[in-house]
Design a protein around this ligand. Structure first.
Ligand code: C2E
Ligand code: MG
Ligand code: MG
Length: 704
């Protein structure tokens, strides 16, 4: 047998190529399994099979070149190329197997057999390419061992490649270690196969001349193999980077998308759903309610006193308070309910599957949760909430209706003194819609000259003579007829219309009073009501002065009526205004007296000339002992303070008599006359005076 000697540098080079090939194979196996499209998969699989095949084959070929026989050797190009093709095919098969969804034992076994068999086939085909004669004498046991090694190494390689492909952690190190093991196994198979081969003495290579001779081929093959493998790794790395960058882009895009979607449906301040989101949720709750035949409730929450927080501590503090309130609502709700913020300080809660009493309890709970102290920027803030409740299905059939009906109910809670909750009832609806229309009409009413003054006589109970009139505002609306002041004065205040309207009233009343004086009623005065806002308006004193001067009316012919609560709201300010009127000589009447909380001490200091006892006390004065006691106390008090006492709302002769007994100075009421237009005033006064005379005569007769 020939002695086969090995060129160790080439052996080493073949080992390196083997390890590199293994590394490339692992890398590409992972690449194939993560490729997004089937097209990309096919490309990576084809390219991978080519690189890996070239790698394994080069290892084998360089290994062959490393062996030197005592006779010159060359290689048959056809068989050599065939061995290369076998390597590529086996690699492709292996890569295909490990890039599948899972690697069962059968698959692994078939893969190991296929790839190991392929590698062995490549090796022995490559050996055959030397076309030795006589034929190489193989040691069957070593051949078998080499095949077993090939199959074992392939199985291990497939298993490692499959396990590593999904990993990202320490992947380069893991892969390099595995590639080392795999490379050694492939090389081990090759050198075992070489050891199995015996070249009988006198053997000759049948390829010479014309075949590929060994000289100079080794560096070429090594360079080509390394180049192909390196290119494959670089390509795979670049592609991965590109892919991960586009993954990053993709994920940040979808995150941005998520944020935009969140913003579109949520309020930025409280992170609660906004109106749009609320309506969708409510519609969903209504559907659920129809399905389960259980009611659901909409609670409209408006904060009381929020504006004051904003005014006193600034918008930022207000915003922070709203954030805390959102949090508070979230905590007070039951899981599954929805809280939304739909406006400045307006929140809505949708509660599913609730009966009326549950909604009532929920509203009470939310109300008390909001009544707590909130700490904002070191300030301890206290607010409360007015809550309106609408139930589905009885209070509305659409989301919008339910919300606006709960809103109307909330208004009722506000009007009733705040910090309360109220259920919707249809009468509220009429008011809410009407108010809007009313306000629209009210804006132009003054310019269109739709206001009138009616006059109600005030009569002196002792002399039986009229002392003047109270001017009462009427709105002759072309569409709704005569609108009473109670119906529109609040709106006019809210809309900022009360000052110009009040100026008109002053002017018109003074004009009328002057006209009466000119007609011979020199002792008649006219009383004009002032609203709270008018009373606060800095131009009031000048307006009064102007009206008096314009109509040359002596100040004592004018009485200004201010309600008790208006006068007492800010006593110092009231005092300074009333003192100016006192200085001018204008009469001052405290209207609706007895309904407020005035301190008698302050009343004493106010420069008033008259007290008007609220008609609530007059109504039952002869039947209700308390009312009678109050009225007589007021009369006594007024006499001590040297104030005139006027009884409002006198409707019956019995009331009139009783008041006279109490020494009440003056009376006013339907008994004498309703408020009438100026044109009718003289006539109704004559009738009222006649009535008083008659009743006096009657009493005189009775006494007699
Ligand atoms: P007020 O100043 O207390 O006026 C008396 C109200 O009692 C009037 O109602 C009058 O019509 C009504 N009244 C008079 N006698 C009787 C009676 O015997 N029985 C009953 N039940 N009611 C009687 P009106 O005209 O509807 O005015 C309501 C309120 O509107 C007034 O209460 C006053 O506060 C306010 N108001 C009226 N005109 C003006 C105005 O020009 N400016 C301002 N700021 N307020 C006005
Ligand atoms: Mg009045
Ligand atoms: Mg009154």
């Amino acid at each position: 047998m020939y002695h086969v000697s090995y060129a160790w540098p080439l052996v080493l080079a073949s080992l390196l190529v083997a390890v590199l090939a293994a590394y490339t194979a692992l890398d590409l196996a992972a690449r194939i399994s993560t490729a997004r499209s089937t097209q990309a998969r096919a490309w990576w699989l084809g390219g991978g099979a080519l690189c890996m095949g070239v790698g394994i084959w080069s290892m084998h070929f360089v290994g062959m070149l490393a062996a030197t026989l005592p006779v010159p050797v060359a290689y048959d190009p056809g068989l050599t190329l065939l061995s290369l093709l076998i390597a590529i095919a086996a690699s492709g098969f292996a890569l295909y197997l490990v890039s599948g969804a899972d690697l069962t034992r059968v698959r692994l076994g078939v893969g190991a057999l296929g790839m190991g068999g392929g590698v062995a086939a490549m090796h022995y085909t490559g050996m055959a390419a030397m076309r030795m004669s006589p034929f190489i004498a193989y040691d069957p046991w070593l051949v078998l061992l080499s095949v077993v090694i090939a199959i074992g190494a392939s199985g291990t390689a497939l298993w490692i490649a499959f396990r590593l492909r999904g990993r990202t952690h320490h992947i380069v190190r893991l892969r390099a270690g595995s590639a080392g093991v795999m490379g050694m196994a492939i090389a081990g198979m090759h050198y075992t196969g070489m050891a199995a081969a015996g070249f009988p003495d006198g053997s000759l290579c049948g390829v010479l001349p014309g075949g590929w001779s060994g000289q100079g081929l080794a560096p070429l093959v090594i360079t080509a193999a390394v180049a192909v493998l390196a290119a494959a790794i670089v390509l795979s790395m670049l592609d991965r980077r590109f892919e991960s960058r586009s993954d990053l882009l993709q994920s940040s895009l979808s995150q941005a998308h998520g944020e935009i979607a969140f913003l579109a449906l949520h309020d930025a301040l409280t992170k609660l759903p906004n109106r749009l989101h609320l309506e969708r949720r409510l519609e969903q709750a209504m559907r659920e309610s129809r399905r389960s035949a259980r009611a659901c409730a909409v609670l409209f929450i408006d904060l009381d006193g929020f504006k004051a927080v904003n005014d006193a501590f600034g918008h930022q503090a207000g915003d922070r308070l709203l954030g805390l309130i959102g949090q508070c609502l979230r905590e007070a709700m039951r899981p599954g309910d929805t809280a939304a913020r739909i406006g400045g300080d307006e929140f809505v809660v949708v509660a599913e599957g609730v009966r009326r009493e549950d909604a009532d309890a929920l509203a009470a709970r939310l109300g008390s949760a909001l009544r707590q102290e909130f700490e904002v920027d070191g300030h301890r803030l206290r607010i409360s909430a007015s809550i309106g409740i609408a139930l589905y299905p009885e209070d509305g059939r659409s989301a919008q209706d339910l919300i606006s009906h709960a809103d109307a109910a909330m208004y009722r809670a506000k009007a009733g003194g705040r910090d309360a909750h109220h259920f919707f009832d249809p009468s509220m609806l009429v008011n809410a819609q009407e108010n809007l229309q009313l306000l629209a009409d009210l804006r132009g009413a003054l310019a269109r000259g739709e206001f009138r003054l009616h006059y109600q006589p005030k009569l002196d109970l002792r002399s039986g003579r009229a002392v003047g009139a109270e001017a009462l505002l009427r709105w002759a609306s072309p569409t709704r007829g005569n609108v009473p002041p109670d119906r529109f004065l609040d709106l006019a205040e809210q809309a900022g219309l009360i000052v110009p309207i009040g100026d008109w009233v002053l002017d018109e009343a003074c004009r009328q009073a002057a006209a009466w004086r000119a007609a011979g009623h020199a002792h008649w005065s006219v009383a004009v009501n002032l609203s709270a806002l008018q009373f606060d308006h800095p131009g009031l004193v000048q307006s009064v002065r102007d009206a008096l001067r314009r109509h040359a009316l002596p100040p004592r012919a004018l009485v200004l009526e201010v309600t008790e609560s208006t006068a007492m709201r800010n006593v110092e300010a009231s005092m300074s205004i009333l003192k100016q009127f006192e200085a001018m000589g204008v009469g001052i009447s405290i209207d609706d007296f007895g309904t407020g909380y005035s301190s008698l001490l302050y009343l004493k200091r106010l420069p008033a000339t008259e007290l008007k006892v609220d008609r609530g006390f007059i109504r039952d004065v002869q039947h209700d002992a308390d009312d009678a006691a109050i009225v007589s106390a007021i009369v006594a008090l007024a006499q001590r303070l040297q104030l005139r006492v006027v009884a409002e709302g006198v409707e019956t002769p019995a009331q009139q008599d009783y008041l006279k007994q109490l020494h009440c100075d003056q009376a006013q009421g339907f008994l004498f006359s309703e408020p009438v237009p100026a044109a009718d005033f003289a006539r109704v006064v004559a009738r009222a005076e006649a009535h008083l005379r008659e009743s006096d005569d009657l009493r005189a007769v009775n006494v007699a």
